[in-house]
Structures are given as structure tokens and as C-alpha cells.
Design a protein around this ligand. Structure first.
Ligand SMILES: Nc1ncnc2c1ncn2[C@@H]1O[C@H](COP(=O)(O)OP(=O)(O)O)[C@@H](O)[C@H]1O
Ligand SMILES: [Mg+2]
Length: 332
């Protein structure tokens, strides 16, 4: 979690002011006002989420950040330059909504292809490709054609492709869409790890539970405008109520506790067992089944993060990661 104090003096990675995009029709008449007057900042090491229903302007906003679309109005700086600056482009990784992967390349060839686009020398490229294949759990699929991949496998490969240039800013459009629960969990863990390593991550999604687990701050888009914005904690915390959690008491103790609470607050407390969420339970069942049947054909990530992505940064992950995993444990 990035607090206000930590944000003070932190490097601003994205500065958007009054960002607006109007799509024109064939006759250059305004047709769709996709994004209207968005202003926001994203800081280094932060995970910023754009939430919104289909058609609310998420992809359009991300494409402006990437320099793929010109804003109709507004000012935008990304990594200290305009979004189309070559220096900016080289430091951004992008996972598009639909990964545009070449079906006739193999998994491994795909990563080498993107590595060459970024001008990586062949040894370094080979090293990164190995680490990425391991990270996304597709090492055993390296010689398979991408055209034969399931949607989940293609999504993972898209993610690896977005990280080949060791970007400082990673922009992901619906990164968890179309993945099964273990795949979603892996992508979420990867996002948290990237952020803990000082990378800045901007994601869009309509999958609210996933966003809640990974985002420091979210903005809710509807019809091209922000309708709410803030830290997940500030937006969701019910400040007018508290929950006390204690080991399950005996019947008599429970009665005494109730009376004590009533004596202090004047109202009866709500007593219930805290619940884990379904995702957590599901993953536990799958993990158990996997231990009992070790040979499975699906993709399984073998390790958290490619070493080169962690290069030069704190190895311990720092307090932020600790804080995050605490949050995740609480949320489920
Ligand atoms: N190239 C385009 N030309 C015209 N309208 C577009 C274009 N791209 C997106 N739009 C429109 O802009 C709005 C926002 O789209 P988009 O940013 O893709 O939303 P989201 O990613 O939130 O689903 C939609 O009404 C969509 O139809
Ligand atoms: Mg979209």
C-alpha cells in the first residue's frame, strides 16, 4: 500500500490532465466521446486500476497512455516525456486486451521475436526467454505453435512478451480475463511482485475481486468519466463500524462477551464466523489434488519472477510486499 506520505516526493510516472478522446466518423464529425476530462497521477511502484463496465473507456485510456491513440484534448506525460517519445516507449511493457500473437510461431520463437524488436543482444535475449518461460510455466510448451494454445496459455505468453524489455511501466488491459482461478492468482501474484520491485503497473478490468486484491488505487470509469477514485482501503473501509475477531468462545463465554459489548456500546454485537472466500478455498482444493496427482498437462508457473526483472532492486521485497500479502490474506 502506498500511503499519502510515501507518495510525497515519489517519482510521478504518469500525469494526465483533462484527458479526452472523441472518435470521429468517416466525415470527421464527432461520433463517440469515449473519454472525457480524466485527470490523474500514477506514482512509481504503484498498482493503479481502471475499473469500469464494457465500453466505459478503459482501453481508449490505456491506448492514449501508450501513445497508440492521440488525445483529442488534455495533457499527458508518461515517464517524463510525451507518450510517443522513443525513450518512453522503450520503458513500457504492454499486454493488449487480445494478445496479437502469431499463430505460426512457437512459444519460444514468439519471445525471441519480441526480444529482437527491442534490440536485445542474443545472449541476453536467450537468458530472458528462459527465465520468462519458467516464470509463466510454459517451458514444456516452448516448441508448441501459439495457434494451438488455449486462451489462458496465450494470455500468459502475452504477459511474458510484455516483460521481455524489463519495462519500468507495465500496462495491462484485462490481464486476468479468460484465465482459470490458478492462472488468475498467478497473474495477481506477478503484478504484486512487479510492483514490489519498483515497477509501476496500470491495469484495466471489470473483474472487481481481482482488482481489489492487487490495486493500491482504483478509479471507476463510467461513460468516459471518473465516478470515484481513491485507495482501495479508503473506498471500501467502513469507518463507522469495527469487527473484533477472537478465538471461538464457549457458549457461556459468548454470552458474557455479548453482555460486555452491550454494556459498553448499548447495542447487541453481530456474532459470526469469519469466512474465507471461494477463490482461496478453490485454490486449496486444487493444490491438494495436484499434490496427489503430480503429472498434469496444464500450464503451471514454476517460479514467481524472472531474475532479470528483479535486477538491481531490493531482494527482500520491502515492507510493501509484506503489507500486500497481509492484505491478501485478509481479503482471502
Ligand atoms: N476506434 C474507435 N472508433 C470509434 N469508437 C470507438 C473506437 N474505439 C472505441 N470506441 C468507443 O469508445 C467507447 C469506449 O471504448 P473502450 O475504451 O474500448 O471501452 P472499454 O475498454 O472500457 O470496454 C465505446 O463506446 C466504444 O464503442
Ligand atoms: Mg477494453
Amino acid at each position: 500500500m502506498v500511503t499519502e506520505e510515501q507518495r510525497e516526493g515519489r517519482a510521478v510516472v504518469i500525469e494526465a490532465r483533462g484527458l479526452t478522446k472523441v472518435f470521429l466518423d468517416f466525415w470527421h464529425r464527432p461520433k463517440v466521446r469515449a473519454v472525457s476530462g480524466l485527470s490523474f497521477d500514477v506514482y512509481r511502484g504503484e498498482v493503479f486500476g481502471l475499473l469500469g463496465p464494457n465500453g466505459s473507456g478503459k482501453t481508449t485510456t490505456l491506448k492514449m497512455l501508450l501513445g497508440l491513440l492521440y488525445p483529442t484534448q488534455g495533457a499527458l506525460r508518461v515517464l517524463g516525456h510525451g507518450p510517443r517519445h522513443v525513450l518512453t516507449k522503450a520503458r513500457i511493457g504492454y499486454l493488449p486486451e487480445d494478445s496479437y500473437l502469431y499463430p505460426s510461431l512457437t512459444c519460444e520463437e514468439t519471445l525471441h521475436f519480441y526480444g529482437r524488436l527491442f534490440g536485445l543482444p542474443s545472449r541476453e535475449r536467450g537468458r530472458r526467454v528462459e527465465q520468462l518461460l519458467e516464470m509463466i510455466g510454459l517451458r514444456h510448451m516452448r516448441h508448441r505453435l501459439v495457434g494451438e494454445f488455449s486462451r489462458g496459455m496465450a494470455r500468459r505468453l502475452g504477459l511474458a512478451q510484455a516483460l521481455i524489455n524489463d519495462p519500468d511501466l507495465v500496462i495491462m488491459d484485462e490481464p486476468t480475463a479468460g484465465l482459470d482461478p490458478p492462472g488468475r492468482r498467478q497473474v495477481k501474484d506477478l503484478i504484486l511482485t512487479l510492483a514490489a520491485r519498483g515497477k509501476t503497473v496500470v491495469i484495466s478490468s471489470h473483474l472487481l475481486a481481482d482488482m481489489e486484491d492487487v490495486c493500491d488505487r482504483v478509479a471507476i470509469l463510467y461513460d468516459g468519466r471518473f465516478r470515484a477514485e481513491g485507495t482501495v482501503a479508503a473506498l471500501l473501509e467502513e469507518r463507522r463500524r469495527v469487527a473484533l475477531t477472537v478465538p471461538a468462545p464457549e457458549e457461556g463465554e459468548l454470552q458474557r462477551l455479548r453482555e460486555a459489548v452491550r454494556a459498553v456500546t448499548g447495542v447487541d454485537p453481530v456474532v459470526e464466523h469469519p469466512r474465507r472466500n471461494l477463490e482461496e478455498f478453490f485454490l486449496e482444493v486444487i493444490e491438494q489434488a495436484r499434490r496427489e496427482t503430480p503429472e498434469v498437462s496444464g500450464a503451471l508457473a514454476e517460479r514467481g519472477l524472472a531474475d532479470y526483472l528483479a535486477g538491481g532492486l531490493r531482494k527482500d521485497g520491502g515492507s510493501r510486499e509484506g503489507q500486500k500479502s497481509g492484505d491478501t490474506a485478509r481479503n482471502g
